[in-house]
Design a protein around this ligand. Sequence first.
Ligand SMILES: [Zn+2]
Length: 153
Amino acid sequence: MAVYRIVELGDQVLREKARPVPEINKNILKLLDNLADTMYAAKGVGLAAPQIGISKRVIVVDAGEGLLELVNPEIIGSRGEDIAVEGCLSIPGVAGEVKRAEQVEVKGLDRAGKVVKVRANGLLARALQHEIDHLDGILFIDKAIRFIDSKES
Ligand SMILES: [Zn+2]
């Protein structure tokens, strides 16, 4: 069990393009474990490796349907449009409406190195898009169409 400090806005690592993972080794498995521990400790829906200061293409997501771990994830299909309020563990106290695809299909590697395809909608689709954006140095505040006063939410 290792809970990491979550990197916050202003840290350069959040703006870097994270590096693809060439092979799944012990370090990557540990990274997946640490990401999940840190996400659950922070009560988040998802976490990307750059958010704990590691510039690698690794994410974890749990939108209430169980833990999903993905290495080198990429969006290979998307449909529809949906606007909803988002926040980010790296940007505490800020919330804003972001337009995302309503459904996505994501391809990546699981912890065994097997190619997996995930079809998602609703919160899971949103979380996957948010976390994959982190791997390209993109934050939800870059895409927010309206910020929500914290007293409202
Ligand atoms: Zn985030």
